[in-house]
Each structure stands twice: as structure tokens, then as C-alpha cells.
Design a protein around this ligand. Structure first.
Ligand code: PLP
Length: 378
């Protein structure tokens, strides 16, 4: 059976143009980019070209882009990298309860290391209140870490206001843009952020590669020591083919942003309208407009998320009960709980995330199948 994929926030298929680049490099360009000979120089050139493509997607300079193994490493580096500030009496971080586990768990680790963390609450749509953020700033605050868009609900944070507060107080601002990049306009200078995490496999690139934007002048010691690659900030021989694929994926995302946004917003609207017409008890989690164009999180009180996911799977549809990590681990979404959902709404939530290949016919089929499944339970 061919699976119809409605789980693009967990990962995306590699775009054919990206695959072509990866295959070419894997077969033709095998040099170590640190080598001085021709093959090495070729590989180095490719990495530098990708760096430019990634920088261009977020309005950065290529010297501010550092390759990592993905969003998780970038988030770990951005947060753990501020550790030396503790020596100067800065021992406080502000974040939100709805961050991805690669930020959330890293902050719990920092808490055990003696850092004070302020976990900002969110409103019913999943947004942090910038004024609450302002009030939680202390003299000791070293970092503010707020994601650009949420992986479970697609909620887009007000980075404009958050950045202006961080700037006024001269506090470092990190944003996990793993879900936002390629799905919404991002520019590290408007609003200004100091650190931004990116991941390739959410934007039709290969898995296991990502980047951290580090603003020029921001001091962030390396997480990995060794041969001194990435300007002595991230050691390890570069995965040239994956980096090149990531670069091409960024180039395509930038080129297609307007077209993709229009198409996905339309499909999401069709999906939500169709489900609302057919299913009496449906709850939208988050906002339809102020969220990623591809993400719809809805609850069907009376049903169970896992049952919905498995029943849909048996009928050829891949959807998720929350974040990909959350569906293996804890059943209870900390994101939906923070938004004030009732237990019956949390336990019946599904995340439907659309992508470039999604068609109206697929959306209509999902509406039909999902409404039949829900009918059996309520
Ligand atoms: N941040 C967010 C918002 C995510 O959705 C994810 C992946 O689901 C990550 C970070 C982790 O990225 P990666 O899978 O590249 O480690």
C-alpha cells in the first residue's frame, strides 16, 4: 500500500534536485575538505557554496554559519555554549514550556548544573507574552531561547517583540528555527537574533545535517574538539554530500517560499473546513492563520490519539499524535497542556502536517477516512 504522508513536520522526503546533488558528490567528489590537493579543494568549494545558500535563506553572512549534525546538536551548542557566562554571575536563562525536547531537555540539564531557568507560560494559541518575558529578565539573565515556530501546533512566536526586548537589555537571543526555516520568512537581522538553529531534513534535505547561525562577535566555545574544522568551532570531517544537499534544499526553499506558502495555506484551510463540516466534536489547537502554513493540530474528544494514528496508518495515512519524539516517549503533550487543553483534548490530538507533494485529492481522502474513524468512537 502506498502511504499518503501527512507527517512533514517529523521529516520530509529528499527533493529530487537535492538527491541529484548528493549522488553526484558521493560518486565524484570524495576528497577531505581539509586536504590541500585538488580533490580536497573541490570539496571545500562545495561546502563554501552551501554555506552561502544557507546564509542566504536567513539573511546571514556565510561566515556566521556553522555546520552541525542537525537541529538537536545546534540547540545543545547554542545553550550549553553560554556556560562560561556563569563565571561572570550570569546564571539565568529564559525559555518557554513549549520548546522542542532538544531545547527543553538541554535546559533541564543546565538546571541540574546550577542554572536558574524561567519557563514562560503560553496563551491558548501557544504564544509567549512578550511583556511576561520582559518582567522575568534579571541582572543575571544570560540567554533567552524561544523557538520561531512550534513543531506540534505550528504556532509562530512574536520574535519581533521578543527580539526588541532582548536587544534593549543586551541579552543573547537564540531561536530554534528548525520548523520555521523554509516555511516562513526568516531574517536574522529583522528581527535580530544572535543564534539560530536549523535542520536539513525538515526542508527536503538529507537527515543528520544542520547548522547553527552564530552572529559575528558572539563568543560560543566549541561543543566538539578535534581537528579544528568550521573555523575551529566544530571539529569533525565534514559530510560534504549532506552539506551540499542541505545547501541545495535551502536554495529551493527560498526560491519556492511564496508558492509553497500559498499552496499549503489553501490545503490546510480545505482540510480544516472539511473536517469541521463532517465531525461535530473537533477542536483546533492553536491558530489557523498565525501558524505555519502546513501544520494543523486538532483534537477529537472521545477518541484516543494513538488509536487514530494506528487506524489511519492501517488505511494508508501517516499522521502523528504530536511531535515525532513525543509519540515514542511520553503520551502527554507538554505543549498542549501548557496551552490549557483539557485531558480529553490532549489525549485525542493529532498533528496533520502537509508538504510540497500534498494534493487536494489526498486532503479530501484524509477528511473522508478520518471522519469515518472518528464516527466509530463518538
Ligand atoms: N527543533 C524542532 C522544533 C524540531 O521540530 C526538531 C525535530 O523534530 C528539532 C529541533 C531537532 O532537529 P533534528 O531532528 O535535526 O535533530
Amino acid at each position: 500500500m502506498n502511504t499518503v504522508f501527512f507527517d512533514y513536520n517529523s521529516t520530509t522526503p529528499i527533493d529530487p534536485a537535492v538527491l541529484k546533488v548528493i549522488n553526484h558528490i558521493n560518486t565524484e567528489i570524495y576528497g577531505n575538505p581539509s586536504s590541500l590537493h585538488e580533490q580536497g579543494r573541490e570539496a571545500r568549494k562545495i561546502i563554501n557554496c552551501s554555506r552561502q545558500q544557507i546564509a542566504s535563506l536567513i539573511g546571514a553572512s556565510e561566515r556566521e554559519i556553522y555546520f552541525t549534525s542537525g537541529g538537536t546538536e545546534s540547540n545543545n551548542w547554542a545553550i550549553k555554549g553560554i556556560a562560561p557566562l556563569k563565571e561572570r554571575g550570569k546564571n539565568h536563562i529564559i525559555s518557554s514550556v513549549t520548546e522542542h525536547s532538544s531545547v527543553f531537555e538541554t535546559l533541564l540539564f543546565m538546571e541540574k548544573e546550577g542554572w536558574n531557568i524561567t519557563w514562560l507560560p503560553v496563551d491558548t494559541t501557544g504564544k509567549v507574552d512578550p511583556e511576561e518575558l520582559r518582567d522575568s529578565i534579571r541582572d543575571e539573565t544570560a540567554l533567552i531561547s524561544i523557538m520561531s515556530a512550534n513543531n506540534e501546533t505550528g504556532t509562530i512566536q512574536n520574535l519581533e517583540a521578543i527580539s526588541s526586548i532582548a536587544g534593549d537589555k543586551e541579552i543573547l537571543l537564540h531561536s530554534d528555527a528548525v520548523q520555521g526555516a523554509g516555511k516562513m520568512p526568516l531574517d536574522v537581522n529583522h528581527p535580530k537574533v544572535d543564534l539560530m538553529s536549523l535542520s536539513s531534513h525538515k526542508i527536503y534535505g538529507p537527515k543528520g545535517v544542520g547548522a547553527l547561525f552564530i552572529r559575528k562577535g558572539v563568543s560560543l566555545p566549541p561543543l566538539l574538539h578535534g581537528g579544528g574544522q568550521e573555523n575551529k568551532r566544530r571539529s569533525g570531517t565534514e559530510n560534504v554530500a549532506a552539506i551540499a544537499g542541505f545547501g541545495e534544499a535551502c536554495r529551493l526553499s527560498q526560491e519556492r517560499l511564496d508558492q509553497d506558502t500559498k499552496q499549503l495555506m489553501h490545503l490546510k484551510q480545505v482540510l480544516y473546513n472539511g473536517l469541521s463540516e463532517k465531525i461535530k466534536y473537533i477542536k483546533l489547537n492553536g491558530s489557523l492563520e498565525d501558524s505555519l502554513p502546513n501544520t494543523l493540530n486538532v483534537s477529537f474528544p472521545g477518541c484516543e490519539s494513538e488509536t487514530l494514528v494506528l487506524d489511519l496508518d492501517s488505511q494508508g495515512f501517516a499522521v502523528s499524535a504530536g511531535s515525532a519524539c513525543g509519540s515514542i516517549g511520553s503520551r502527554k503533550s507538554r505543549v498542549l497542556k501548557a496551552m490549557g487543553l483539557k485531558p480529553a483534548e490532549i489525549f485525542s490530538a493529532v498533528r496533520l502536517s502537509l508538504g510540497r507533494a500534498t494534493t487536494v485529492e489526498e486532503v479530501q481522502d484524509l477528511i473522508k477516512t478520518l471522519s469515518h474513524i472518528v464516527e466509530q468512537f463518538v
